[in-house]
Design a protein around this ligand. Structure first.
Ligand code: SAM
Ligand code: DTB
Ligand code: SF4
Length: 329
């Protein structure tokens, strides 16, 4: 009988007692190198210590301001620099946002996430988004926004409006970042996460897998997220959705098992965080999604659209949940 991998190979480098555990990139690479069955077993153990393994959280997304973004993120349909099928739309009026949030709530979402294609919000935009947050919160939904980089004082304004989560992904590790994005720096993203944390807002931060990065880059991204103190409460793992017209349109897709390994690595290193199986589900077979849940993903984006691209229909997700015996929370 094969022994279960030694716990020592699977635990972070815990320094003096009382100090937060820090994961090295090498330790996370070791997780990736485990036989898949051992890796998933370990992820399940960690998952079941902290969560009910049959429960999944559901967030619905709405793009409240679409396209025309100044930034050059090589994966994004909304950058003004690339010619994509995405049409620009100004900031949505409040009543449209509230109607979409109510519809999401009626379908069973517990969180409503509003996204804007900005480098960062202008103060007058932030006031309008704050109104949206107040109204969505008033419907009894958890609120999340993703608006780009924040300036001093903006996070506290969002907190005052009742914001629960701010989504701001590190997207990839610092050494690969410059190959995908040149108009802002990885360190700018980390800075915004600090401001969000300081304002008392929960952090939602993850990345995109399958942009041509290597396993070491993936391990470094996971290490950086896990070593935030505390780690993000919510960790979206996106599988690149290739967008025609962007520089990453023709990158070879990542192997499904490598994606599953990334979910498992996130689960093991961030035991109490919600790990969200995010973009890329529309083209993912149900069996691969089930493997992701087995590897510790316990959250999804729910509803037939992400920001500009498709997501499985809610009915299809309901059917998958029924087949797997998963319960929404
Ligand atoms: N402009 C803000 C920003 O960059 O943070 C908020 C919106 S931006 C579209 C939010 C996140 O969506 C990005 O950080 C990235 O992780 C994800 N994303 C964008 N395009 C994607 C794609 N084609 N495939 C997978 N994830 C994508
Ligand atoms: C996240 O990590 N993924 C979501 C949300 N946070 C904002 C966005 C995915 C976008 C996928 C491409 C699109 O629909 O434009
Ligand atoms: Fe703009 Fe965000 Fe897209 Fe980058 S990811 S181009 S910042 S909308």
């Amino acid at each position: 009988m094969n022994a279960i991998p030694q716990a020592a190979a699977l635990t972070p480098d815990t320094a003096a007692a009382g100090q937060a555990a820090r994961w090295t990139v090498a330790e996370i690479e070791k997780l990736y190198q485990l036989p898949l069955m051992d890796l998933i077993f370990r992820a399940q153990q960690v998952h079941r210590e902290h969560f009910d393994a049959n429960e999944i959280q559901r967030s619905t997304l709405l793009s409240v301001k679409t396209g025309g973004c100044s930034e050059d993120c090589g994966y994004c349909s909304q950058s003004a620099r690339y010619s994509t099928d995405t049409e620009r739309e100004a900031l949505l009026p409040l009543d449209e946002v509230v109607a979409a949030a109510q519809a999401a709530k009626d379908k069973g979402a517990s969180r409503f996430c509003m996204g804007a294609a900005w480098r960062g919000p202008k103060d007058k935009d932030l006031a309008k988004v704050s109104e949206m947050i107040r109204a969505v919160k008033g419907l009894g939904l958890q609120t999340c926004v993703t608006l780009g980089m924040l300036k001093e004082g903006q996070a506290s304004e969002l907190k005052e409006a009742g914001l629960d989560y701010y989504n701001h992904n590190l997207d990839t590790d610092a050494s690969f970042y410059g190959q995908v994005i040149t108009t802002h720096q990885h360190a700018d993203r980390v800075d915004t996460l600090g401001q969000v944390r300081e304002a008392g807002i929960k952090v939602c931060s993850g990345g995109i897998i399958g942009m041509g990065e290597g396993r070491r880059n993936r391990a470094a991204l996971i290490a950086q997220l896990a070593n935030l103190n505390p780690p993000p409460e919510s960790v979206p793992i996106n599988n690149l959705v290739p967008i025609p017209g962007t520089p990453l349109a023709n990158v070879a897709p990542i192997d499904n098992f490598e994606f599953v390994r990334t979910i498992a690595a996130a689960r093991i290193t961030m035991p109490t965080s919600f790990v969200r199986l995010s973009a890329g589900r529309q083209s993912m077979p149900e069996e691969v999604q089930a493997l992701c849940f087995l590897a510790g993903a316990n959250s999804i984006f729910y509803g037939d659209k992400l920001l500009t691209t498709g997501n499985p229909e809610a009915d299809r997700d309901e059917a998958l949940f029924a087949k797997l015996g998963l319960r929404p929370i």
